[in-house]
Design a protein around this ligand. Structure first.
Ligand code: M6R
Length: 610
């Protein structure tokens, strides 16, 4: 979704703004712009499309100044066009906005009735128009902003400049993420931490209802009524290098290859293999409280929802607690039956997904305890939940989620062992065994990553196909869903996933000699069943791409193509392992199709609108 950056300090800022915007590219956007105050004048440049267009414009029409704001826009109100791009400038005011102004139609009408002429179709322009109006009425910059905010309904993170006060940047947060960065004699704002990593790791995560007045001498934090507030500076633990491509062609490729490290970082410090123990610093329910949990709800969107589906298998199987998994966008509209004896687990890489956030608030309102499984420190979901367990994947820049997913599964696995031990469902010996299996997982993933040639060859072979079917059973069904999602997101190939037993109830009609069917067929309790499903596909001449283990040669003998994963006993961990070749297959197919892998069309990394 939209990305906001801003700078106040001693350096010439257009290039800093541009660089910071590039670091937010992964959020998804269709136009971009910056506004800078140069010698007391507000100068604004906006372009449609990628940031390179803005960069080119700035080469031919350079600007210079020590204070500025920048924006990447993901269109919601009004088509992607230069006129609708941010910043929106009205008289001496420039505004960048992330979020949605729900009452903008009424505000626009009111302003138009007073003779205001609008130049864009956006909801954001009402903000710039209102501030300009309040300034004309004799208010100071800060007063004009406060008066405007009081009129707005909806979600808004704002960066605002006013040429009358050429040393002041005002930042506002209400239900849309915004952080303040603290450098030496310079200050920043950004939607997300990766934008600031090369400049500073010291940040304040703004809370809803906060307004920051930023000048070269410091930051004053206030509520919307102008009362002073304290701010809390947090150090972001991510190295700037983690947000670079480091020689890989795409962030997605780098993030796939980072998974062994990310998984280790996620379990490191939380497991005591010799004691058969899992501990979470940030989640410390007593044994009694755990025993009182009647039901676990897992709510998430997209890939994180797939992680939740895998989590259900783990938790129900080993802890014997009923688990229901729901989509963030559905949960709150069906009046879910939820009470204080239930634990609501929200899974979100970004911690800012609007649907998941709304589900969390609904669950809290109904009295449930809330636990976030989240990757982004200080994100809204992480802060608003009663408890948080961070995945330590590091910044995920590629829009298609990869290492976030496998680290979410790692946390769910740890959480399962944590509960199972405290509920007396697993003894120390058994937890030790599960932990030792987890510890070999990163090495097994390395093995897959060490030799991707055969998957690349398969990708060439299938890159021209327009439909794919993915089948899995049990805990491998959500992995099939995730494999299909990866393929469609980045290659734009239509891909569907089914629980293999469900195929005969409809999707089987699709199978003919042109249909590739990816079948997850590792050893284990559902092996015989999935083998039969494979036969059903073969007898209709479907092209089977099987994922299996070296021991299962009978599968390889029948499939058109086979991808072998290293052998592993534990089916939950095998689900994580199987994810990796599916990510690689999707990635290489997209490479051969020449799509925009890190920023696929129409997608945003952090979906902060409903
Ligand atoms: O940040 P979140 O985990 O809450 O995001 C949820 C989905 O938007 C996200 O997983 C999306 O489906 C990805 N593009 C998947 O690759």
């Amino acid at each position: 979704m939209c990305g906001i950056v801003g700078y106040v300090g001693f350096q010439d800022c257009p290039l800093i703004l541009l660089d910071a915007l590039k670091r937010l590219e992964y959020r998804g956007y269709d136009s971009a712009g910056i506004a800078v105050i140069q010698n007391g004048r507000l100068l604004c440049h906006r372009t449609v499309g990628k940031l390179i267009n803005l960069e080119r414009l700035l080469l031919t029409q350079p600007v210079s100044g020590h204070i500025g704001i920048g924006h990447t826009r993901w269109a919601t109100h009004g088509a992607p066009s230069e006129i609708n791009a941010h910043p929106h400038v009205v008289d001496k005011v420039a505004v960048v906005h992330n979020g949605i102004i729900e009452n903008y139609v009424a505000l626009r009408q009111e302003l138009e009735d007073k003779g205001t002429r609008f130049s864009s179709q956006t909801d954001t322009e009402v903000i710039a128009q209102l501030i300009a109006l309040y300034l004309k009425e004799g208010n100071s910059f800060e007063e004009a902003v406060c008066n405007t905010i009081a009129r707005l309904e909806g979600s808004f993170a704002l960066g605002i400049l006013c040429a009358d006060e050429p040393e002041t940047l005002i930042a506002v947060r209400q239900e849309s993420p915004l952080i303040l960065g603290f450098g030496e004699g310079e200050y920043f704002i950004a939607s997300d931490a990766p934008a600031l990593l090369p400049y500073t790791k010291k940040v304040h995560f703004m809370n809803d209802g906060e307004m920051a007045v930023i000048t070269p001498t410091g930051v004053t934090l206030k509520d919307f009524s102008g009362n002073l507030l304290p701010y809390e500076v947090t150090e972001i633990p991510w190295s700037p290098l983690l947000a670079e491509k480091a020689g890989y062609k795409h962030f997605m490729q780098k993030e796939i290859f980072e998974q062994p490290r990310a998984i280790i970082d996620t379990f490191r410090g939380r497991i005591y293999p010799n004691k058969g123990e899992v501990v979470f610093e940030e989640f410390n329910l007593s044994q009694e409280e755990i025993k009182e949990i009647e039901k676990i709800w897992i709510v998430a969107c997209g890939t994180s929802w797939h992680a939740g589906l895998v989590g259900k298998y783990m938790l129900e199987r080993l802890c014997r607690i009923p688990v229901e998994v729901d989509l963030g966008s559905e949960f709150r509209y069906r009046d879910p039956i939820i009470n204080k004896k239930m634990l609501l687990v929200l899974i979100s890489q970004s911690g800012e997904t609007a649907d998941t956030l709304a589900a969390m608030r609904e669950g809290k309102r109904k009295g449930a305890k809330t636990l976030a499984i989240c990757n982004v420190l200080g994100s809204t979901i992480a802060r608003e939940c009663d408890y948080v367990i961070y995945t330590h994947a590091g910044p995920e820049i590629g829009v298609a989620s990869t290492k976030a997913f496998t680290t979410q599964l790692t946390v769910l696995y740890l959480l399962t062992l944590y509960f199972a031990k405290r509920l007396g469902k697993l003894d120390e010996m058994k937890v030790k065994e599960y932990l030792s299996q987890l510890m070999v997982l990163p090495g097994k993933i390395e093995k897959i990553l060490d030799d991707t040639k055969s998957i690349e060859e398969l990708a060439i072979k299938y890159s021209k196909v327009e439909d794919f079917l993915y089948l899995g059973r049990g805990v491998y069904f959500p992995i099939a869903l995730e494999g299909a999602l990866k393929l469609k997101e980045i290659s734009y190939i239509h891909a569907e996933a089914y629980a293999a037993g469900e195929m005969k109830h409809g999707p089987i009609a699709l199978i003919d000699e042109n249909m590739p069917v990816v079948i997850l067929a590792p050893k284990g309790e559902t092996f015989e069943k999935i083998r039969s499903n494979m036969e059903e596909v073969l007898s209709r001449k479907g092209r089977v791409i099987a994922l299996t283990e070296p021991e299962c040669q009978e599968i390889a003998a029948k499939a058109e193509d086979t991808i072998f994963i290293p052998p592993l006993e534990n089916s939950f961990l095998k689900a994580i392992l199987l994810t990796v070749p599916l990510q690689l297959l999707a990635y290489y197919i997209a490479v051969f199709r020449g799509t925009d892998i890190d920023q696929p069309r129409n997608l945003a990394k952090s979906v902060t609108v409903e």
